[in-house]
Ligand binder design. Structure first.
Ligand SMILES: [Zn+2]
Length: 377
């Protein structure tokens, strides 16, 4: 078992692309000799490995320590699409294998489907069960503060489903549930663009819009687990009705669902956002108007986040080709137009493209994150 210092070393290594013993010692305010002893045990246990960077400039480059990719494995299941996607990742966040399973909305049957798929998936990679640390599940909706119960999901039609307990009973694995945008933020924090960032916001632009925040290196869940529900921030008071019962929510103006509805209402010859962008580029005023409305609403919502939280980074996750044209331009303009001039242009905005596996990988990251923050004593 790892002691508290070794757990801290693991956190430092995960948060970096590798660190020298000297840098670890300085960070932890321990002697280099003490660090070397701790690391010797971790090398012996197969948790970390040494890598020697290319020599640059004068002197011998110091040996960097990194987590070994094969030191631990995590599973993730996404319940966001029309099927369940199950993915296996290693300690570097790389997806090694996946399975697509039929989605049965009955929690009991869903539990059986996931549990039955795990042993062959893992065995095919030659991984032993003791290397498999946990299972993360991502879904659209609210999850309780223990990440064990799906409190409510309109998409799944669930209320108070203790899915983590059900899956644990069938698989023997530690199971953590997480809302979709929060899972994606966790994934970017431990394996992606936000690895070295302590304060950032992720915005997911999909059929609905989600967001999640990291403050001081910690995921912000809020008092009821509902932090980051940007979709239902009122952007247009008294605007069009939203599925949540309110009016003028961000989702009614800028989500892919809203954009598609607008395309139908205005009888535009486009089915998807990339096709709408093509119409706008050709000069269709109706297409330009829809993209302006969505971009202004999304930009205003992001500007309010920047103004309130002053994050180091904003990450926008979007579908392929769905944040490249006029929509992106208008979002950027609206952000700049709605923050104080003194912070205008100071928040970097990065984008990532969602693919079929993104949500399942994010779910697996949730299991990895839980492992890292609750390492056994
Ligand atoms: Zn709403």
């Amino acid at each position: 078992m790892l002691n508290a210092h070794q757990q801290q070393i693991i956190r430092l290594l995960i948060a970096s692309h590798g660190m020298s013993r000297t840098a670890i010692a300085q960070n932890m305010k321990l002697s280099k000799a003490a660090i070397s002893t701790l690391i010797k045990e971790m090398l012996h246990a197969g948790l970390v490995e040494e890598s020697i960077p290319e020599a640059s400039g004068q002197g011998r480059p110091s040996v960097l320590l990194k987590m070994r990719a094969d030191s631990a494995y995590f599973l993730g299941a996404s319940l966001l699409g029309e099927a369940i996607t199950l993915v296996l990742i290693d300690m570097h966040g790389r997806a090694l294998a996946n399975r697509v399973l039929p989605l049965n909305l009955d929690p009991e049957q869903l539990t059986h489907a996931i549990a039955d798929a795990i042993p062959p998936l893992v065995a095919a990679q030659g991984i032993s069960t003791d290397q498999l640390i946990g299972l993360g599940v991502t879904l659209s909706g609210f999850v309780d503060e223990h990440q064990a119960v799906c409190v409510q999901s309109a998409l799944l039609g669930w209320k108070d489903v203790p899915l983590a307990e059900m899956l644990k009973a069938r698989t023997g694995l530690e199971v953590s549930l997480e809302n979709d945008a929060k899972a994606l933020a966790v994934s970017e924090k431990i394996f992606g663009l936000a690895k070295k960032v302590r304060n950032f916001t992720l915005i997911s632009h999909s059929d609905g819009i989600g967001s999640a925040h990291f403050f001081q290196g910690q995921l912000h869940r809020g008092a009821h687990g509902a932090a980051g529900e940007i979709a239902h921030c009122t952007i247009e008071p008294g605007g069009r009705p939203c599925r949540c019962g309110k009016r003028g929510c961000l989702d009614t103006l800028a989500s892919l669902t809203a954009i598609r509805e607008n395309m139908r209402d205005k009888a535009i010859a486009a089915q998807t956002l990339p096709e709408l962008e093509i119409q706008a580029a050709k000069g269709s005023r109706a297409a330009i108007a829809i993209l302006h409305q969505a971009g202004n609403a999304l930009g205003l919502a992001i500007a309010n986040i920047v103004q309130m939280n002053d994050p180091e980074l904003i990450v926008i996750a979007h579908h392929p080709g769905a944040f490249d044209g006029l929509l992106q331009t208008v979002v950027m303009q609206a952000i700049d137009a709605n923050v104080l001039p003194s912070i205008m242009g100071k928040t970097p905005i990065s984008t990532i493209v969602l693919d079929d596996e993104s949500w399942a990988r994010a779910a697996a990251s949730v299991a990895a994150y839980r492992f890292l923050i609750h390492l056994p004593e």
